[in-house]
Write a protein that binds this ligand. Structure first.
Ligand code: ASC
Length: 231
């Protein structure tokens, strides 16, 4: 059991490090290689989009997914852990919504058409599914009203949808990064291996590794919270 615990800590610290580094890389991208941050309808406002998506939709969502696996929380009440799980997802959802406002605002200010790219189709779909999953999760699992039979029926779908959403978010982020690099560097610039291209490709890889670590942690049966009777 102690070996399993050490293995868990190593992976958890690695995941948190890679996730945190992804956020830092995104900030360096927009602050050093791009125009910086602002809220004025220009590229400075657009730049909040990647920062808030990587912070909320990738990093915080990933932590929210694995909160039940932390062995030192297994003695905490289930209600407290559910509140932390739902609370982190709510914080992520708020950052995601602000992030969407920043892109639409930027597009509208410059008369750039909305919702034409595959990135935007996959991205907006997964935002809607995320909010639906959050609302259904709160009503079925957090609030005390739903019967145990309904909870047991919906739980496998909640777990499946959650992981599908997390994976699809990472796919949407990778498309967004690629799209932005092609716009910003123009295709011939990108193909010359400029520092921004190499740096931001590395950001994409970090996000894939973060997703892989979260997916590994959450799918280990030995790190599941011990199930208490009648819950
Ligand atoms: C809950 C909760 C669980 C699941 C379980 C359904 O609300 O605390 O452990 O749903 O009852 O399988």
């Amino acid at each position: 059991a102690m070996d399993g615990y050490k293995g868990f800590l190593g992976l958890l610290v690695s995941a948190l490090l890679v996730g945190f580094l992804s956020v830092i890389f995104t900030l360096v991208w927009v602050l050093h290689y791009r125009e910086g941050l602002g809220w004025d309808g220009t590229a400075l406002e657009f730049n909040w989009h990647p920062v808030l998506m990587v912070t909320g939709f990738v990093f915080i969502q990933g932590i929210a997914i694995i909160v039940y696996r932390l062995p030192w929380t297994w003695k905490c009440s289930k209600l407290l852990m559910k509140s932390i799980h739902a609370g982190l997802h709510t914080v992520a959802a708020i950052l995601v919504i602000i992030s969407l406002v920043s892109v639409f605002d930027f597009h509208n200010a410059l008369s750039i058409p909305n919702m034409y790219s595959l990135h935007s189709w996959v991205g907006l779909t997964v935002v809607i599914l995320y909010i639906l999953q959050l609302v259904l999760g709160v009503f079925i699992f957090l609030l005390p009203w739903a019967p145990l039979s309904l909870r047991a029926l919906v739980m496998p779908m909640h777990v499946y949808s959650g992981l599908l959403i997390f994976g699809t978010v990472i796919a949407a982020v990778l498309m967004g990064v690629t799209e932005k690099l092609l716009f910003a560097l123009n295709s011939s610039g990108y193909s010359k291996f400029p520092p921004e291209g190499v740096f931001t490709n590395t950001l994409g890889l970090l996000i894939v590794v973060y997703g892989a670590l979260i997916f590994w942690i959450v799918t280990r049966p030995q790190w599941q919270r011990p199930k208490e009777p009648n819950s």
